[in-house]
Design a protein around this ligand. Structure first.
Ligand code: GLC
Length: 508
């Protein structure tokens, strides 16, 4: 039997480059900053990093509006800086994924500039242009993401047609029915694959294929942005073609897609028959399931029931750059610690979001400093590296720090073996050492109210995981030695049969 691909047993760490580390002293994170901090990631024990977009961009959506897919934005550095990160990361056994944004470009991308220049532009058909409705309004009732319901169409007065943007007006949607778009976008993937990039997180994959008739959304769903409803059949052929591009390269390059649907099919279809995405995020459920045993048990069962029959490998994620951090949502560090055990002991590939290993909360961003049109500044606060004022940032960062940076920073938590940072490190080490945790089978076990229990097995290797979602002690029978405990209590000793409030344990 061929051995499982690396990404099945990997832990992936998401870096939001604007907020990770500042190597140039302008208050904005950059690639030199990332490169200088790779040792933190090697020490923590992650297997791969995913960099949120670093391409040339006017930053209307902080990089998710791309003006050149084959270059690094000067704010972040240069192509040579990225090559250096790839080389240094690979030397540490860490793979590098980029964040590829195929649903839309920036309105400043030369393709769109040409497309909007005239109705007869050779690139007109690269984007979705339509005549106004008979009343002069937008061609259909689709609404855009961000900033309350507003049309997903903007009229270009010069040419008298509307263009589609399922996100900001500065993010026109590409038309993936156009073979020239497909070829040009495939070429951008090859550009990075040739440079040694190990794979891509693919933004808004469920948006790519649109119903060619552009039918109205059902009126009752119009308050929901169309981006969270678009789930068209034609996307799957687009994904199969992307998969062929990536699979033509050696080294098990990976595609992990963002599927963010509020209504409609589940994410399972985006794995295809093993010929579409390698991995899929099922958002928003992945990041919004509340801290509740019954809800998590149902979610774990749902993921197994939808993915196991098709042989698809799950992903697990608690936080990212679009959503309040789970430390903030769940309400305490004790719960964030128990959540780390949950995330890292479930069957599937876990994705960490930079800063969760510090137990960061969202920053409180005063209105005067708010910058994101989508209201997501709080989870994008800069990473505090040191206790001293400035916290390792040579200039005032672009967003305020999360609470308690003098205590909750990398240097201080690294010096404290009881910290959440060390808990993450112990969990990653435990995974690395255990085939059952990395890639084993999983069975949910009966457990008292408020507790979720499961077993992981691979051959003779076996672990039991217990997570207490309540703030009281709960008796819960299980046998084994405590390998990792979310509060560090009892590690290396036999499990005594009771979980402390908010405690999670891995037993061997
Ligand atoms: C995805 C990204 C988000 C971005 C949006 C538009 O949801 O995660 O940050 O704003 O796509 O590209």
């Amino acid at each position: 039997m061929p051995s499982a691909p690396w990404w099945r047993s990997a832990v992936v760490y998401q870096i939001y480059p604007l907020s990770f580390a500042d190597g140039s002293g302008d208050g904005v994170g950059d690639l030199r900053g990332v490169r200088a901090r790779l040792d933190h990631l090697a020490w923590l024990g992650v297997d791969a990093v995913w960099l949120s977009p670093i391409f040339r961009s006017p930053m209307a959506d902080f990089g998710y509006d791309v003006a050149d897919y084959c270059d690094v934005d000067p704010l972040f550095g240069s192509l040579a800086d990225l090559d250096a990160i790839v080389a240094d990361a690979h030397a540490r056994g860490i793979r590098v994924l980029l964040d590829w944004v195929p649903n839309h470009t920036s309105d400043r991308h030369p393709w769109f500039v040409e497309s909007r220049a005239s109705r007869s532009s050779p690139r007109r058909g690269w984007y979705v242009w339509r005549d106004p409705a008979p009343d002069g309004g937008p061609p259909n009732n689709w609404t855009a993401a961000f900033g309350g319901p507003s049309p997903a169409w903007t009229l270009d007065r010069a040419t008298g047609q509307y263009y589609l943007h399922t996100f900001l007006p500065a993010q026109p949607d590409l038309d993936w029915r156009n073979p020239d778009v497909v070829a040009a976008m495939h070429a951008t993937l090859r550009f990075w694959l040739d440079r040694g990039i190990d794979g891509f997180r693919v933004d808004v994959v469920h948006g790519l294929g649109k119903d060619p008739a552009l039918p109205d959304d059902p009126p009752e769903l119009v308050p929901i942005p169309h981006a969270a409803l678009n789930d068209h059949e034609s996307t799957h052929a687009i994904l199969r073609a992307l998969r062929r591009v990536v699979d033509a390269y050696p080294g098990e390059r990976v595609l992990v897609g963002e599927v963010y649907l509020l209504v409609g099919k589940t994410h399972a279809s985006y794995y295809g028959r093993g010929d579409e995405l390698h991995l899929v995020f099922e958002l928003p459920a992945a990041v919004l399931t509340p801290w509740d045993a019954a809800e998590w048990r149902a979610r774990i069962a749902h993921v197994a029931a939808t993915l196991e029959p098709i042989g698809a490998w799950p992903t697990w994620v608690l936080s990212n750059h679009d959503t309040p951090r789970h430390r903030t949502r769940f309400g305490s560090e004790a719960r964030a610690r128990a959540a780390a055990v949950l995330l890292l002991a479930l069957r599937g590939t876990p994705f960490l979001y930079a800063g969760e290993e510090l137990g960061l909360e969202d920053a409180v961003v005063p209105l005067a400093r708010a910058v994101d049109p989508g209201g997501r500044d709080g989870c994008r606060a800069p990473i505090p590296w040191t206790p001293a004022p400035g916290h390792g940032w040579p200039a005032e960062p672009w967003l305020p720090f999360a609470p308690e940076p003098a205590r909750r920073n990398v240097e201080t938590l690294r010096a404290d073996p009881s910290s959440i940072l060390h808990l993450y490190r112990r969990l990653l080490a435990a995974r690395r050492a255990s085939p059952a945790l990395r890639a084993g089978d999983q069975t949910l076990r009966p457990a008292p109210d408020g507790v979720v229990a499961w077993e992981r097995t691979a051959g003779t290797d076996r672990r039991t995981v217990l997570v207490n979602f309540t703030d009281r002690a709960v008796a819960c029978a299980a046998a084994g030695t405590v390998e990792v405990a979310s509060d560090g209590e009892g590690e290396g000793r036999p499990y005594a049969g009771t979980l402390a409030p908010d405690q999670a344990v891995v037993l061997r």
